[in-house]
Design a protein around this ligand. Structure first.
Ligand SMILES: *Cc1c(COP(=O)(O)O)cnc(C)c1O
Length: 292
């Protein structure tokens, strides 16, 4: 087709089909997620070392505002292909917004279980606007996740938390995009860790690309948790996780094994940062680089 826009972005399922579980074309539910900017941050890099070349992947520019959309397009599409009409998730915020939007797109009902009072208000508004049925429970995220897992064992509802392997599969695409943009894998990947699905997915993505001969190396994985919610740094389970960063306020990561494997296999590390450091870093990114 002469003159056609051959570079049109059609979402991660269309773009990375060969690296994702099969999805029937007619069942693809997409909001054109992915293809987020990878921007160089020289001001920030200078604070680390003159030798460092630092880039930031702007995952907040996905359709509902987080990387969850990468996983959600695969999870909801495959739930649809299996004949599901209902999805459910536990959430501290971004998962519910994403699940609600993709469910709306698919014409499905979305249920969300949230820890009462522990969820970012804007995110809750987003989920409600997309028509999600929201139930607040007493207890934290970990309790909410246990509840929805039990629910999905008893009823024909698709669970779209990152314990669903389709979520992990979709989220591998952030690694492919980074490698495609840089021409090889980076030496290091720094990533926040809450329930640990995303670090698990990113490492799997780098590994798949490496095994397919697309890149010459894999990065060392640097995982960061909030001081008050750092079970992977300190071991064990944190009964009452606390941090300003609601998306990582999780005391018992469901993908703990995947995260530990990523650190071990990559020669990486986990570290905890204080809320003051998180807020300072957010300001720094916003004020020196125009990013957030
Ligand atoms: C979900 C989320 C996290 C945590 O990801 P996990 O897969 O739970 O480790 C971190 N940051 C943001 C913005 C998120 O939406």
């Amino acid at each position: 087709m002469p003159g056609a826009a051959t570079t049109e972005w059609l979402g991660i399922i269309a773009h990375y089909r060969n690296f994702l579980p099969a999805v029937d074309e007619a069942c693809v539910v997409t909001l054109l997620e992915g293809n987020t900017p990878l921007i160089r941050t020289p001001g920030l890099a200078r604070r680390v070392s003159p030798l460092v070349d630092l880039w930031v992947k702007c995952e907040g520019l996905n359709p509902t505002g987080s990387f969850k959309d990468r996983g959600m397009t695969v999870a909801v599409s495959r739930a649809k292909a299996r004949g599901h009409t209902r999805v459910v998730c536990a959430s501290t915020g971004n998962t519910s917004a994403s699940a609600a939007a993709y469910a709306a797109r698919a014409g499905m009902v979305c249920g969300v279980v949230i820890p009462q009072g522990k969820i970012a208000q804007g995110k809750l508004a987003q989920a409600l606007l997309h028509g999600a049925r929201v139930i607040a429970i007493e207890g934290n995220f970990d309790r909410a996740l246990t509840l929805v897992r039990e629910l999905c064992e008893k009823y024909p509802v698709a669970l779209v938390n990152s314990v669903n392997p389709d979520r992990i599969a979709g989220q591998t695409t952030v690694a492919y995009e980074i490698c495609d943009a840089l021409g090889d894998a980076p030496e290091f990947l720094a990533i926040p860790v809450g329930n640990a699905g995303n670090i698990t997915a990113a490492w799997l993505g780098f590994t798949r690309y490496f095994e397919a001969g697309k890149v010459s190396r894999r990065p060392r994985m640097l995982g960061f948790q909030a001081e008050g919610a750092a079970p992977l740094v300190h071991g064990g389970v944190v009964e009452n996780p606390e941090t300003v960063a609601t998306a990582i306020r999780i005391g018992n990561p469901a993908s703990r094994q995947g995260a530990l494997r990523a650190r071990e296999d990559s020669g990486g590390l986990f570290a905890a940062v204080s809320d003051a450091e998180i807020l300072a870093a957010q300001r720094l990114l916003a004020q020196e680089e125009g990013s957030r």
